[in-house]
Design a protein around this ligand. Structure first.
Ligand code: SF4
Length: 354
């Protein structure tokens, strides 16, 4: 019998919900503070967003995707209309879900190179980007049922969650969904060992899944070969910002197709997930502490005169080994990012878009 979640909650569940709600609120306020700084104290805002929050995010997605799914401030923003009863609760069709998934991947591939051209060095532009995405998130929340529009739909971070979070160890309470309204199938939060190609229902799903597994490590490699540009942007800089990631996409995709002949799909996806996140930290960790390819780009603190270079090499080799162990060699636990709540009785006036 589907009972109200509040009625069915034990005191310890309520306590846990209260703790999560408190953390969500704190993280949301931190997000707001970062946006404030991006507008009014851009140097600090850029450090907080691009050089602290974003570098931590991939690690969190690998280790405990459910934590991020529960506390992401953009998710809280997107789901706010649903919480206060303003969402139209439209159920997406499979094809529409696939189109949103592919759009989110394309957005990711288009927006990330813009970091070199604008966002990495311009706090105001980054603040406007975040607010624009928040506006999109709210609109998706106003229109679509629970997480289907944004968190499991159009959000450009969601495909990365699926790639990095496939060998999750922590299955947490799904703190946003008090009941399950079957808003998306498969539900990324409740499906064990979900990955970017878990759903192959339409061509959109398949293309998006391929781009996120086969191409993404190359995209990351290419992205790190481009410096940050400041001031007015030339056409040749735009070409450079996209051509290196594109080159990486082509090489990685080719490698994936070759390896596909020799490895199981599961193993290959895990290897490419580990490759992507290892490649990210291989370049990002040195840059954060002053050992980057392009001096000062993405630097949080300059330790280049304080520690020898071999220490940095040891750190990035160890980090990569850790990710391969965690994602590829460690036994697959077959658990989901979060536990699925009880199914709700669904009564919708509108069931899908026309
Ligand atoms: S648990 Fe149910 S309502 Fe929540 S995101 Fe998954 S499918 Fe949607």
């Amino acid at each position: 019998m589907a009972t109200s979640s509040l009625q069915s909650k034990t005191p310890s569940t309520s306590q846990s919900t209260l703790v999560w709600r408190t953390i969500q609120s704190i993280v949301w306020l931190i997000g707001l503070a970062i946006v404030f700084n991006l507008f009014f104290y851009p140097t600090l805002g850029i450090h907080l967003f691009w050089n602290i929050l974003i570098p931590i995010a991939p690690l969190l997605l690998v280790l405990a995707t459910g934590v991020w799914r529960n506390v992401c401030p953009m998710a809280s923003t997107a789901l706010f209309p649903r919480y206060i009863g303003l969402s139209k609760k439209i159920k997406l069709t499979t094809a529409q879900s696939g189109k949103l998934y592919l759009t989110s991947v394309i957005l990711l591939f288009l927006i990330v190179p813009l970091r070199h051209l604008v966002f990495n060095t311009n706090g105001l532009a980054t603040g406007i980007l975040i607010l624009s995405l928040a506006l999109f998130a709210i609109v998706m929340g106003l229109l679509f049922e629970w997480k289907s529009g944004w968190c499991s739909g159009l959000c450009p971070v969601h495909p990365v969650e699926k790639l990095y979070g496939q060998n999750n160890r922590l299955s947490l309470p799904n703190i946003h969904c008090d009941k399950c309204y079957r808003c998306v199938t498969p539900c990324p939060d409740s499906t064990p060992a979900i990955n970017p190609v878990s759903s192959k229902k339409t061509a959109y799903h398949r293309i998006a899944g391929f781009l996120m597994t086969a191409a993404f490590p190359g995209f990351i490699w290419g992205w790190f070969q481009v410096p940050d540009y400041e001031g007015s942007i030339t056409f040749s800089q735009i070409v450079i910002a996209y051509e290196f990631p594109l080159l990486g996409v082509l090489v990685a995709s080719g490698l994936f197709l070759v390896l596909k002949r020799f490895l199981t799909a599961k193993k290959l996806i895990a290897i490419f997930s580990a490759l992507a996140v290892s490649c990210y930290y291989w370049y990002r960790l040195p840059a954060l502490i002053g050992f980057g390819i392009f001096p000062n780009d993405g630097m949080l603190i300059d330790l280049s005169h304080s520690i020898p270079k071999w220490v940095v090499s040891v750190i990035i080799i160890t980090t990569s080994l850790f990710f391969f162990w965690w994602i590829v060699f460690r036994k697959q636990k077959q658990i989901s990012w979060g536990s699925r709540p009880a199914y709700a009785k669904i009564s919708r006036t509108k069931t899908s878009l026309p």
